[in-house]
Design a protein around this ligand. Structure first.
Ligand SMILES: Cc1cc2nc3c(=O)[nH]c(=O)nc-3n(C[C@H](O)[C@H](O)[C@H](O)COP(=O)(O)OP(=O)(O)OC[C@H]3O[C@@H](n4cnc5c(N)ncnc54)[C@H](O)[C@@H]3O)c2cc1C
Length: 401
C-alpha cells in the first residue's frame, strides 16, 4: 500500500488532519489501534476556542456543532466565596463554544465514511519505520498478518501514550514535565448545568469546576488526591464535596443524578521538543499535555493539525518546504503559551497540599490582580478564547476575529 501521508491515531488530531488533507487533495490513510466504538466511548474535552470552531466549520464538519453547541460569552471564577465573571465578549468581543469532543469525533468519523477516506481500525503494533530517510513507512498487524504502508510523511497523532514519540531515539527529543500533586475527580451526569456558564471555584477544601457538554449534560470536577480511586468516592460524597466548594447560589441550584462516567485525571504539564523528526511529525497529545483546567488540550491538537495540514499543502501544491521546516518551532511557540496559561490556572486556583502561607497569599493576590484589572482580564480572555490559529491551507494566520 502507498499513500502521501500516513496518520497514526484516529483521535481528534488524526481525524481532523485526515479531513483537512482530503480537502486539499492529499491522499492519506489513518491507522488506529482501537475500534471505532472504543474511540467514541472516550469522554473528554468540551470547550472549543473560537479558532477551533472556525476551523471545524472550514473543514465542513461544523454543522451539528453550530446547531447543538452552546456559545459562551464568559466564565465565572469564585475565590473563597467571592465570585467574579470574566466577560470575554465585553472585554475582547469573543466567545468559546461548548461542544463535546466525542461529538466532534463522531462528526469527523461520519465525514470520513461519507468521503470514503481510508481508516484502518484495530491495527496492532503500528510501527513507524525509516522516518529519518526519504522512504518512511508503517507496519502493523491485523487479522493475523503483517501489513506495510509506504508514504511520503508520517503524522504521529497517537496521543500521550502512542508509539510515535516513543519511536524517536531518546537523544533526539527533550521532554519538559511538571506533575501536579493532586488529581481531578470528574463526573458526567445527565442533568442540566448548574449555571449557563462554567464556574471555576477555589475553596479551602480544594478546587471545583462546573462545566457542561450540552443543556442537559453536565460535567463536574473536584480536586482530589492524585492517586484517588474513583470507586472510593460514593455519589453522595462527591455531590456533598462539590456543594461545599461552590458559591452558595450555585450549591443550591445544583441538580445531582446518577453519573454516566466517573474518573480521576492526573494533572500534568508536558512538552516534547522538537515536534518533527525527519519525515515524522508529532501533533496533539503525542507532543504535549496540559492540565485540563485551561481547556486547552483539544484546542492545541486542532491548532497543530491546522498548521501541519497547511505546511503539507504548501509542500504538495507550491513545492515549498518552508512550512514543514518551520512547523516545530511555530507549533511549539503556540503550545508554550497554552502551557503557560494551563499552568497558571492550577497555580492560582487549587489548594496545594501543605501550601506555605506565603504562597497562599500569592494565590489570593493573583485573584485580586485579575479581578482588579480590566487589562489582566483582557489578557486572560485572549488566551482562554484562543490565540491565533494557522490556516489549514497555507500556514498563514487567519483566525483573529
Ligand atoms: C478527563 C479529560 C478531560 C479533558 N478536558 C479537556 C477540555 O475541557 N478541553 C480540552 O481542550 N482538552 C481536554 N482534554 C484533553 C483532550 O481530550 C486531548 O488533548 C485530546 O484528546 C487530544 O487529541 P489527540 O487526537 O491528540 O489525542 P487522543 O485523543 O489521545 O487520540 C489519540 C488516538 O491515537 C490512538 N493510538 C494511540 N496509540 C496508538 C498506536 N500505537 N497505534 C495506533 N493508534 C494509536 C488512540 O487510541 C487514540 O484514538 C481532556 C482530557 C481528559 C483525559
Amino acid at each position: 500500500m502507498r499513500t502521501q501521508v500516513a496518520i497514526i491515531g484516529a483521535g481528534p488530531a488524526g481525524l481532523l488532519l485526515g479531513r483537512l488533507l482530503e480537502r486539499t487533495g492529499i491522499a492519506n490513510v489513518i491507522l488506529e489501534r482501537r475500534s471505532p466504538d472504543y474511540v467514541l466511548s472516550r469522554i473528554r474535552a468540551g470547550v472549543l476556542e473560537h479558532g477551533a470552531r472556525d476551523l471545524l466549520n472550514q473543514a465542513g464538519v461544523g454543522a451539528r456543532m453550530e446547531a447543538e453547541g452552546l456559545a459562551h460569552h464568559g466564565v465565572a471564577i469564585a475565590f473563597h466565596g467571592a465570585q467574579h465573571r470574566i466577560d470575554f465578549h465585553a472585554l475582547i468581543g469573543r466567545e468559546v463554544m461548548v461542544y463535546g469532543q466525542t461529538e466532534i469525533t463522531h462528526d469527523l468519523m461520519d465525514a470520513r465514511t461519507a468521503s470514503g477516506g481510508g481508516t484502518i481500525y484495530d491495527a496492532e503494533d503500528v510501527t513507524p519505520v525509516d522516518f529519518d530517510t526519504p522512504h518512511p513507512h508503517l507496519t502493523w498487524r491485523k487479522d493475523g498478518r503483517t501489513h506495510r504502508l509506504d508514504s511520503d510523511f508520517i503524522a504521529g497523532c497517537d496521543g500521550f501514550h502512542g508509539v510515535s514519540r516513543a519511536s524517536v531515539p531518546a537523544a533526539a527529543v527533550r521532554n519538559f514535565e511538571r506533575v501536579y500533586p493532586f488529581g481531578w475527580l470528574g463526573v458526567l451526569v445527565d442533568r442540566p448545568p448548574v449555571s449557563d456558564e462554567l464556574i471555576y471555584a477555589a475553596h479551602d477544601r480544594g478546587f471545583a469546576l462546573c462545566s457542561m457538554r450540552s443543556r442537559t449534560r453536565s460535567r463536574y470536577y473536584v480536586q482530589c488526591e492524585a492517586d484517588a480511586d474513583p470507586a472510593n468516592w460514593s455519589a453522595t460524597a462527591f455531590w456533598d464535596e462539590l456543594r461545599r466548594r461552590l458559591p452558595a447560589a450555585a450549591a443550591e441550584a445544583l441538580q445531582t443524578g446518577q453519573s454516566i462516567e466517573k474518573s480521576v485525571a492526573p494533572l500534568r504539564s508536558f512538552v516534547a521538543e522538537p515536534m518533527r523528526f525527519g519525515r515524522l511529525f508529532l501533533a496533539g497529545d503525542a507532543a504535549h499535555i496540559v492540565p485540563p483546567t485551561g481547556a486547552k488540550g483539544l484546542n492545541l491538537a486542532i491548532g497543530d493539525v491546522a498548521r501541519l495540514a497547511g505546511a503539507l499543502s504548501e509542500h504538495y501544491t507550491e513545492r515549498s518546504d518552508a512550512g514543514l521546516d518551520a512547523y516545530s518551532v511555530q507549533a511549539l511557540a503556540r503550545v508554550w503559551q497554552a502551557e503557560r496559561f494551563s499552568w497558571w490556572m492550577p497555580t492560582m486556583l487549587p489548594r496545594f497540599p501543605d501550601l506555605p502561607g506565603f504562597e497562599q497569599r500569592m494565590q489570593a493576590a493573583e485573584f485580586a490582580a485579575l479581578v482588579g484589572s480590566r487589562a489582566a482580564q483582557q489578557a486572560m480572555s485572549e488566551i482562554y478564547t484562543g490565540l491565533p490559529m494557522a490556516s489549514a491551507e497555507s500556514g498563514r494566520v487567519v483566525s483573529r476575529r
